[in-house]
Write a protein that binds this ligand. Structure first.
Ligand code: CA
Length: 224
């Protein structure tokens, strides 16, 4: 799961970022409204946590613009206690939920998870392809009795490949979804992690392999 945090109070923004990382969610943090909008517009996030009062573009304006561009990523809006009116405006503009600052960590995480489920992404607990099963809560890859733990990036990559079992996943898509919109990760990074995953597939003794579509990307198939 990938979460975007847009909050100009850096202390809060960074704390939120750490919370997401503790939950093993991939997370991008920005302190600026316009940057936040540009990130969000990529459509790669499962949930956006959005402050209202932001430099360069307000949270309300961000949601309005996203919705007008048919980007339906669930938005959790953060409001200060004194901004009751903004709360109403925020929901009117297309936000899905709001929380008043200060908030409890547990409650915020529960809301984020609920919004992500609404999106339909994390409702599944596992993904299966042929004889391998990826457990989405324990980050393990299983085949019969054998099981192996995946690192965060390995997990994210394999999850994307297994979610698209019949097609080729573009390398660029993997970079954006796993490393983030603003990342300087390169093809090499992807290749390194693909080779880690291949070793783990080998360890499990499955015939499922990650094949390379030259210059395009990767796909899963059963080796004959
Ligand atoms: Ca603010």
């Amino acid at each position: 799961m990938r979460v975007l945090i847009v909050e100009d109070e850096q202390r809060i923004a960074n704390a939120l970022g750490r919370m997401m990382e503790d939950c093993k969610y991939a997370c991008d943090v920005t302190y600026d409204g316009l940057d936040g909008y540009l990130y969000a517009e990529s459509g790669i996030y499962d949930v956006i946590v959005l402050d209202i009062m932001l430099p360069r573009m307000s949270g309300i304006e961000i949601v309005k613009r996203l919705r007008s561009k048919k980007i339906s990523t669930p938005v959790l809006m953060l409001t200060a206690k004194s901004e009751t009116e903004d709360k109403v405006k925020g929901l009117d503009s297309g936000a899905d939920d709001y929380m008043t600052k200060p908030f409890s960590k547990e409650e915020l995480l529960a809301r984020v998870r609920a919004l992500a489920r609404r999106q339909g992404d994390v409702i599944l607990d596992e993904l299966t392809f042929e004889d391998i099963t990826l457990n989405l809560s324990s980050y393990t890859l299983n085949r019969g009795e054998k099981s192996i733990h995946l690192g965060l990036k390995e997990f994210e990559i394999l999850k994307i490949l297994m979610s698209n079992p019949k097609g080729i996943t573009q390398k660029e898509d993997l970079i954006t979804k796993v490393w983030g919109y603003d990342s300087d990760a390169e093809d090499n990074n992807v290749e390194v992690y693909i080779s880690f995953i291949r070793k783990k597939l080998n360890f499990l003794g499955t015939k499922v392999v990650i094949s390379t579509a030259r210059k395009i990307g990767y796909y899963l198939e059963v080796a004959t």
